[in-house]
Design a protein around this ligand. Structure first.
Ligand code: ASN
Length: 305
């Protein structure tokens, strides 16, 4: 408890929170200017993101029903996009991912964090990447202008990247740097950049001919690592079912989602999400994500408040 109180009384916290407030205001203004609608999050559902890596179970039982705590709102975003009249959505969504203790090493993992989760109708991956580049440019320049004093206090300079950002293919990077390619290239680069074509969850689209994955990660430079991940989406029932089976997914756990897909109601969309705490960590230049989080939930660490 003593440590929590010490953390909360650091004068630097105001500076960091001012930067976070400015960044979130910029996100809202940008989305509003593009007609993207702001949804409220859900935290409990029979279905949530299966994720492409293992985490500890975080389901709960409520009156005999098993409910998952939201890992990301991907499946709910797809459901909302069924309506043709929706011009795009975003949510500042609390996500619970009970990561293994190992993840603490990265200094950018939390078991509870907030994700700005976005989905656009009929967008191609390039269109979503362009949208994201404009959003990040807007956020960076807004924070730079609004928080000049705070950034100076922290000794942090925000560089405005030139668009379009560099794009790297994950298989090329793997050949060059091995499995740890993301960390290595993040340390080398001076501006945010993209890495495309990652094997992961069933819902990211796969090119039927080339078998490449039509998805992307936006990565911060200076070793700050992953910022956003997303992709074009699968929407055809047959493909979704095949990919779930390939990933050894328990189909019965996704019954409500699969019944919507089977009715042919899912639409072609593209989207992605970025962590608020990781964005603030990058903007402030802080070493550890817990430095920019009021009540940090670091994998493996005891939660005191
Ligand atoms: N939000 C991500 C997406 O839209 C999914 C995730 O966070 N796992 O693709």
């Amino acid at each position: 408890m003593e440590e929590t109180l010490k953390h909360l009384s650091k004068p630097e916290l105001r500076t960091i929170l001012k930067i976070q407030s400015a960044a979130l205001k910029a996100v809202d203004s940008f989305m509003y200017s593009r007609g993207i609608l702001h949804l409220m999050p859900v935290m409990l559902s029979p279905v949530t993101d299966p994720l492409s890596h293992g985490v500890y179970d975080s389901s709960i039982i409520y009156l005999d029903q098993k409910l998952e705590l939201t890992k990301s709102m991907i499946l709910h975003k797809q459901l909302v996009m069924m309506s043709n009249s929706i011009p795009g959505v975003y949510i500042v969504s609390p996500n619970i991912r009970l990561e293994s203790e190992e993840c603490a090493k990265t200094k950018r993992h939390l078991i509870e964090f907030s994700q700005v989760d976005i989905e656009l109708p009929k967008a191609s991956s390039r269109e979503f990447m362009d949208f994201t580049e404009e959003l990040f440019s807007y956020v960076f320049s807004f924070v730079k202008k609004e928080c000049e004093k705070e950034l100076k206090e922290l000794g942090r300079e925000i560089k405005l990247p030139k668009k379009p950002l560099k794009v790297f293919d994950s298989s090329e990077l793997r050949k060059k740097y091995g499995e740890d390619f993301e960390r290595i290239i993040s340390e080398k680069e001076k501006h945010p950049f993209w890495i495309t074509d990652h094997y992961r969850e069933f819902y990211d689209k796969e090119d039927p001919k080339t078998k490449k994955h039509i998805n992307y990660d936006l990565v911060y430079p200076e070793g700050f690592g992953e910022a956003l991940s997303g992709g074009e989406r699968e929407f055809e029932f047959k493909v979704i079912k095949r990919k779930m089976l390939e990933r050894k997914t328990d189909l019965s756990a996704f019954a409500p989602y699969l019944s919507v897909a089977e009715k042919g109601l899912l639409k072609p969309t593209a989207g992605g999400g970025f962590g608020v705490e990781r964005l603030v960590r990058f903007l402030t230049g802080k070493e550890h994500i817990k430095d920019v989080t009021l009540f940090p939930r670091v994998p493996g660490e005891k939660i005191v408040f």
